[in-house]
Design a protein around this ligand. Structure first.
Ligand SMILES: Nc1ncnc2c1ncn2[C@@H]1O[C@H](COP(=O)(O)OP(=O)(O)OP(=O)(O)O)[C@@H](O)[C@H]1O
Length: 350
């Protein structure tokens, strides 16, 4: 059995519909109107032990609602859900023992007591054995540099310190699964790296399964092999990160510097479809020695392009760029790669 399994998972919220202004608010007291918001609409999810999965989508796509159902906070409106064999909303306590959660916007630490005391309280709540507690505390302190702030109350921590303390709190009881909701939001580059390294280390050494929602695509590139994209409550892509790149990052751009100008460079590629030649600085005297050539890698190769250029001039320098995962996901969000296109690749969900 997989660690996380959902089938046709749904959540419908009842939202009050009010007319604008005070009159609308008063009218609502006497005549209530509601509409159903289908936040999650039939999600089938299978996650195996030890996976690190990115669960991404635009604002309001249904990511947090899914995680709240997985963690037992919300009761689904339909479908089936099992986490490590448990039904989270029915077996909340048992489920809580097996999961950890980090919400970038909130903390589970006690605001006014030192972090060390918060961790001691969590030790008692989760009944963590002394030996495990000490071992984890030592390891987390070293990996996260927590000795700098263990004595401070959560109120006095910087955002980065608080996030690191929250990660320690979430992993203290050796949960099988950790839900990470925007774990690096608002953090500087150094702290982001430290947090990502910590997450990787926990996955590697303890086999902790990680389900990560984030708008920071650096998190995804760095941490996750598998990407699930959700939109309007439905999964529109579920596959390897590399596969989504291979399928949809068809174009490449070669940036070249030539020994002498080729003013009619377009002519060199006239027989190839989908080639676009540009000059980074049209007005510069040497505009024709700096060329960028965008091509579809399904139609030709970088070496074809470079060979053709070398017939006319020496290629002094060149670099090949591919679209970033950020760009690809932006296209998915903006509907440029719709679910039909994704499913054509054989990886998407029609
Ligand atoms: N308690 C609630 N009552 C009514 N509607 C809700 C409730 N919680 C969420 N929704 C609605 O359900 C939809 C999905 O919300 P959800 O928070 O799951 O999205 P999300 O993908 O996590 O978005 P974000 O990236 O902005 O956090 C949204 O339209 C939201 O307004």
């Amino acid at each position: 059995m997989s660690l996380i399994e959902t089938k046709g998972l749904q959540k419908v919220f009842r939202q009050a519909v009010k007319d604008p202004g005070l009159a609308g608010a008063i009218k609502h007291l006497f005549v209530q109107k509601y509409r159903d918001k289908h936040a999650v609409e039939g999600i089938d999810l299978t996650i195996e032990e030890g996976e690190t999965v990115a669960y991404v989508g635009p604002n309001g796509a249904g990511k947090s609602t899914t995680i709240k159902m997985l963690s037992g906070v919300l009761v689904p409106s339909g479908g089936e859900i099992r986490v490590d064999g448990l039904v989270p909303y029915k077996q909340r306590m048992e489920n809580a023992q097996r999961i950890g959660a980090v919400f970038g916007q909130r903390t589970q630490l006690w605001w006014d007591i030192p972090v060390r005391e918060s961790l001691n309280l969590l030790k008692d709540i989760y009944q963590v054995p002394d030996y495990t507690f000490k071992q984890n505390l030592d390891m987390f302190t070293e990996l996260l540099g927590m000795d700098q702030f263990l004595h401070l109350s959560a109120r006095k921590l910087s955002l980065g310190q608080r996030m690191q303390a929250d990660l320690a709190a979430a992993l203290l009881h050796n949960p099988k699964i950790v839900y990470l909701d925007e774990p690096t939001i608002g953090l500087d580059v150094a702290v982001k790296h430290r947090i990502r390294d910590f997450i990787k280390e926990m996955n590697r050494t303890k086999g902790t399964t990680m389900l990560l929602t984030t708008h920071d695509l650096g998190d995804i590139e760095d941490l996750c092999e598998r990407l699930i994209i959700i939109d309007h409550g439905r999964i529109i892509y579920d596959g390897k990160l590399q596969e989504v790149k291979d399928a949809f990052a068809r174009e490449r751009t070669i940036h070249t510097q030539l020994s002498s100008p080729i003013p009619d460079a377009e002519e060199l590629f006239r027989d190839l479809p989908d080639i676009y030649v540009s000059r980074p600085d049209e007005s510069a005297a040497d505009a024709n020695v700096m060329l960028s050539i965008r091509f579809d890698r399904f139609h030709c190769t970088a070496s074809d392009i470079v060979k053709r250029l070398m017939n006319r001039a020496e290629v002094v320098d060149f670099r090949i760029d591919e679209p970033s995962i950020e760009e690809i996901i932006r296209r998915v969000y903006e509907g440029q790669l719709d679910s039909a296109a994704l499913s054509e690749s054989g990886k998407g969900i029609a």
